[in-house]
Design a protein around this ligand. Structure first.
Ligand code: SF4
Length: 328
């Protein structure tokens, strides 16, 4: 049976952290079921980061290393840089012709992000930013992907892509473009070490390739139950970020950690050390694989070139059909 196509991408904005791992884990699984296209979406990074591109190449390279180190497999999937597959841009241009501006202005994140960036003194209200949902739609539609793994927050973007498909197929009396369906990924959100959303801008993250001592250092900083003053005070694990992390990285012992905390029989220092060792054991194989690829930049470049070639081959088929339908 032919596998359906799936496209997923991430903006290259810096090294990945543990908060990204569950998304990547889902991608690794999808490789068995789908014909996957994984794009490092550098054009998307420009929509808000157009004024500071110094680190862009380094970020792209680091993202490729992170992806390979968690198990994205170039033998199974196309792993590539978006700007190396020009068909994404060409389809974006063609779909821009038929997408009403009002559709773009009503995307919930549009005004919100302009406002948020504005608070930080930056004006992102450019043509590229307004049109980025069309670029996002093109990323998916250019592979005629049937399913798209998305979080709930991305549903409005996917709905817009579906509306664009319906409009295109109706205008040109065709069925060339495929309406993609949301494949809602069951992603458990890992909080940052301060219990806020894990984010590079908050500095509350643990990098996907963190060294043993960095992990211990970050775990030491984690927020614990503020009501627990002395080592033998009974604690409340539900108020403790360390415990939340135990449920992710030490599932087999989480119940015991919980009971010990409530009974006041374990100190927070020992509890944190135990967690740090578990996170370290989780990260160790990722770190090892990353070290392997870091020493082979040529191999990484070849993987990205081969991924772009594979992606181009598929994308160009869609482009010919689209152009035929539009009579250009
Ligand atoms: Fe958190 Fe562990 Fe301390 Fe309980 S004992 S408050 S779970 S660090």
């Amino acid at each position: 049976m032919t596998k359906s196509n799936v496209f997923s991408g991430m903006r290259p904005t810096g090294k990945l952290h543990l908060g990204h791992h569950s998304v990547l884990e889902n991608w690794v699984k999808m490789q068995e079921e789908y014909n996957c296209f994984f794009g490092i979406v550098d054009w998307h990074a420009l929509t808000t980061g157009f004024d500071n591109t110094e680190a862009l190449q380094e970020n792209i390279y680091n993202m490729a290393l992170d992806w390979l180190s968690v198990g994205l497999d170039p033998e199974k999937s196309a792993i590539f840089i978006q700007s190396h597959v020009k068909e994404h841009a060409e389809l974006h241009l063609l779909l821009s012709m038929i997408t009403p501006i009002s559709w773009l202005e009503r995307v919930p994140t549009y005004k919100e992000q302009i406002y948020q960036f504005g608070l930080a003194g930056k004006d992102i209200a450019a043509y590229g930013f307004l049109g980025y949902p069309v670029l996002m739609a093109s990323d998916i539609l250019v592979y005629r992907a049937t399913d798209v793994p998305v979080g709930e927050d991305q549903l409005p973007h996917l709905e817009l892509a579906r509306e664009i498909v319906r409009r295109f197929n109706h205008l040109y009396n065709t069925d060339v473009l495929v309406e993609p369906q949301a494949k809602l990924a069951k992603i458990k959100l890992l909080p940052g070490i301060d219990n806020r959303k894990m984010s590079k801008s908050y500095g509350n993250y643990i990098a996907l390739n963190a060294a043993t001592e960095d992990i211990l250092d970050k775990v030491k900083q984690m927020v614990t139950d503020p009501g627990r003053i002395h080592k033998d005070d009974p604690g409340d694990p539900t108020k403790c970020t360390v415990y939340t992390y135990h449920t992710f990285y030490n599932q087999e012992e989480a119940a015991e950690v919980c009971a010990n905390c409530k009974a006041g029989t374990t100190g927070c220092v020992a509890c944190k050390k135990r967690l740090a060792a578990k996170i370290d054991a989780f990260i160790a194989p990722i770190r090892e694989k990353r070290a392997y690829y870091s020493e082979k930049p040529e191999e990484v470049k070849e993987i990205l070139a081969a991924g772009a070639e594979k992606a181009r081959k598929e994308a160009s088929k869609t482009l010919s059909l689209v152009k035929d339908a539009m009579n250009i």
